[in-house]
Design a protein around this ligand. Sequence first.
Ligand SMILES: *Cc1c(COP(=O)(O)O)cnc(C)c1O
Length: 243
Amino acid sequence: MRGNEQTELDSFLVERRKAICERMAAAARRAGRSPDEVTMLAVSKTVGPKEVVLAWKAGYRAFGENRPQELKRKLEGIEAYPELRGARFDMIGNLQTNKINQVIGKVSLIHSVSSVHLAQSISKRAAARGLRCDVLLEVNVSGEKSKAGFSPEELRGAMDQLMGLDGIAVRGLMTMAPAHDADGARRTFCGLRELAEALRADTGLGLEVLSSGMSDDFHIAIEEGSTLVRLGRIVFDPGYELR
Ligand SMILES: *Cc1c(COP(=O)(O)O)cnc(C)c1O
């Protein structure tokens, strides 16, 4: 990045963050919720470590990555910046079992636990290292074939088994909504909230984290109970237009 490009990105990140925070707060208020109930994750998967540093300076504190290799590149790239030691990284993407060791102990939360098998694999590796891994269970609420995750019925049946695993703590649920379909997105986010309520009643777990909403639909997700939005393009891409 040349100096003037960097200054432009600097001010873009700051201005855009302000606009996103305003929209998040407005969505929370529309639903009678407090804006502080919703955490924002800046999804840095398409940018480099330099942009993560600039985003930190613009006020972002939590980042999401979807590939272990990119996570490693970011963590190495920010080592030279002591102020970024407090930066939070989450794993939001599909995780292969042979990559689990590259992720556990480095991230605050794994959003994408999409099967009992993956949960067991994380459990085994975390327990062997004396770690406790906070995880979310990914749910395919919309039922699209292309999407990963538990079906809601399947998850209700698997909770006992998941809760019994050492080395992992189930903190909540995550979902992805259908693209370009506002009504479908709302049904999906609402379905996630209702499923969380049912699971809380079934299990007594707090399940306090609902990870839902991306650039195109975070306002709908917040209206429907999201506590954590995962924002990529809207944060980092000057070509992404705000609506
Ligand atoms: C890329 C990605 C996002 C961010 O998507 P945008 O539409 O760019 O905001 C959110 N969640 C997951 C799982 C992703 O892979």
